[in-house]
Design a protein around this ligand. Sequence first.
Ligand code: HEC
Length: 355
Amino acid sequence: MNQLAQGLIIAGGLLATLNQTWAAPAAGKLLTYPERKKARDLYVSQGCIACHQLDKLGGANQLYVGPTMAAVGSHYANDPKGLETILHSLQMGAKGKWGQNEMPPQTHLTGEDARHLARWILTLRPKAEGDDKAAPATPPKTAEPGFYSPLISEKRVSTVVEVGDVPVVYRVYLPGASSRAIAVGLPQKLGGISYAFDAADCRLLYVWSGGFLDMDKAWTGFGGWYAKLLGAKIYQAPACFPLRIGKPNEWPEKPELVFKGYRIVEGQPEFLYQVNAQEVAHRITYQARADNKSASNTGQITHHFSLPGVTDEVSFLPTKQHVHYDTEDATWASGVLLVHADKRVRFSVSITLKP
Ligand code: HEC
């Protein structure tokens, strides 16, 4: 097997190994490793991953509204107009070719990125039948351990997704989120709430309690692309990315954010991203109030941050609306929480919800 071809990506909590997917590209269409890596990064960063899987590894998953990229690649493999067709679909959207669902026009792509993705998709092939036996039971360790994502289970009752004993992580379209939303449902023992994390903005969007998701609309494609939140929102995060690195006068107007994926730490998802090239690991936990477990709208949300190797000042930007901040790792300074020098590498900020 081609060594360069090994890699892992996260797809909705399912792990897709790319090794076989890369196999046997049509002659003359071989992409170099940096080209493949760039395409794979675009596939994640441009939101394709919200609706597509590269290949159906780890079992079919209805959550993916679009065809697998490997299926598309092999479908157009010998079609001289394949590239053109894919580019047309990306620009204009597509409907009726692969099923009932519709792909909205991917107009946020630059022409160059669309072409790059299309060329790459054409090299992908489904994993051959029977390869399953050869596939390792546990995903192989790769150079990118941060991208490891175990299989996360959930319960389905019709289109309603319920959270069992372990967190459920879905990439879906959520109301009030960019196309790169991730919905996380926590089991009762971890607070039982659900939250939306935006992978484009690398931040918590909101928290809801009562139930997880109804995928009806998202699965059928009728009436929009959004999954329905079950329950009520109990917290809406401020609209800006909360971390700042460096002194306030050095803060860029908009921090440069690169989402890298997530892993599971202490049984909960931990999001990995970069802020101006600084690595950040970010975990969000919830503690219901001990005196009244049922009134989960009065609990405490905690952001746990790790910024390995950071030396510059780190600040957390709060809002003052309806919340109370609690942290032993930072002090208020000119309206922001300035993280203590010895806590920058690992600190947490809690938000107590007022009923
Ligand atoms: C909102 C969900 C959604 C997103 C986001 C999305 N797609 Fe799709 N895509 C679909 C669906 C659904 C189809 C099948 C459409 C059909 O049946 O004609 C599809 C079809 C395709 C096809 C096959 C087109 C054809 O002409 O046969 C390609 C290639 C493709 N998508 C690539 C991408 C890429 C690359 C991205 C990211 C830039 C992306 N998609 C983002 C839902 C999506």
